[in-house]
Every structure is written in C-alpha cells, then in structure tokens.
Design a protein around this ligand. Structure first.
Ligand code: GDP
Ligand code: MG
Length: 149
C-alpha cells in the first residue's frame, strides 16, 4: 500500500503534556485532551497522579532559584496532575503552539491558555498546561513521569 497523507512516519516524536492542577480542578482535562486529539496527535499514555516534591524539583530543575520556583512547586502539589504522552510528527513545537504563551493574559485566542486561562492574581502563573520545549526535555520529562515507557 502507498502511504496516505494521514499515515504516521515510522519515527514518531513524543512530548510530555501536563494538565496542571488548575486545569484538572476546573474540569478542563477533557477539553485539553480533545484539542490534542483534534489536532491529529495520538494519546500514548495518560495518568492522573499527585506529584511529589522530588518529582517536581526534577521536572522544574531549570527554574530552581527563580522567585516563582517554590510557589510553582506548591501550586503543582495543590491537586492532581494529569500527565500525558502525546505522539505525532512535530508534536513538541505543535503542542507548544496549541498551549499558547506562558502568560495566559498574553496568550492568543485559539490557544488553550488564551481561550481557557486568565490571571488569577496568584504568586505563580496558573496556565493550565505544561508542554516539553525540546526533544531533550521531552525524553527527560517522559522518563520522569512515565518511567515504564
Ligand atoms: P512554559 O514552558 O511556558 O510553561 O514556561 P516556563 O518553563 O518558563 O515556566 C514554567 C512555569 O512557571 C510556567 O508555566 C508558569 O506556571 C510559571 N512561571 C513562569 N514564569 C513565571 C513568572 O515570571 N512569574 C510567575 N509567577 N510564574 C512563572
Ligand atoms: Mg517550560
């Protein structure tokens, strides 16, 4: 059979998506997964869990020492997180585009953060989702959240 336009290439890119506690709390997990699937990416693994300080310190190691680091870790422990491995060609930058800018006030309409997020006046930016920012980050983060994969 000839490949079709929608067929997956053999080497498939993966990214780590987190629906942060604000997204889970507000009942937006389904809407966020829907947008990932509607874009054409595949859900490879999904897990709802309470993140530990050790996991979050590793996950956010690049931000250690910044003023928002401790509030960020506290926020990420304020409720369950939905961890997702999404798969597809270009999914790492593609999900970052779907997510929109870090600050939900500045995120463009049409994006997850732009459509569904806002400034709540809290110490940390509550912006619904995390997405890996490079292939190296994706590999590292997937091994943290899904050690069995
Ligand atoms: P992301 O990759 O778009 O999620 O952004 P970063 O990796 O730069 O930051 C990680 C997370 O820390 C963000 O998603 C926000 O929740 C939070 N954050 C980032 N920058 C700031 C900031 O300047 N102030 C505050 N309060 N929180 C921030
Ligand atoms: Mg980041």
């Amino acid at each position: 059979n000839l490949p079709t336009e929608t067929a997956e290439a053999p080497v498939t890119e993966r990214t780590l998506v987190l629906v942060k506690p604000d997204g889970v709390r507000r009942g937006l997990s389904g809407e966020i997964l829907r947008r990932i699937e509607a874009k054409g990416y595949t859900l490879r693994a999904v897990r709802l869990l309470d993140a530990t300080p050790a996991l979050l310190h590793k996950h956010y190691a690049e931000h250690e020492g910044k003023p928002f680091f401790e509030p960020l870790v506290e926020f990420m422990m304020s409720g369950p997180v939905l961890a997702v491995v999404a798969e597809g060609e270009g999914v790492i930058p593609g999900f970052r585009s779907l997510a929109g800018a870090t600050n939900p006030t500045e995120a463009a309409p049409g994006t997850i953060r732009g459509d569904l997020g806002r400034d709540w006046g809290t110490a940390v930016v509550q912006n619904l989702v995390h997405g890996s920012d490079s292939p190296e980050s994706a590999t590292r983060e997937i091994s943290l959240w899904f050690p069995e994969l």
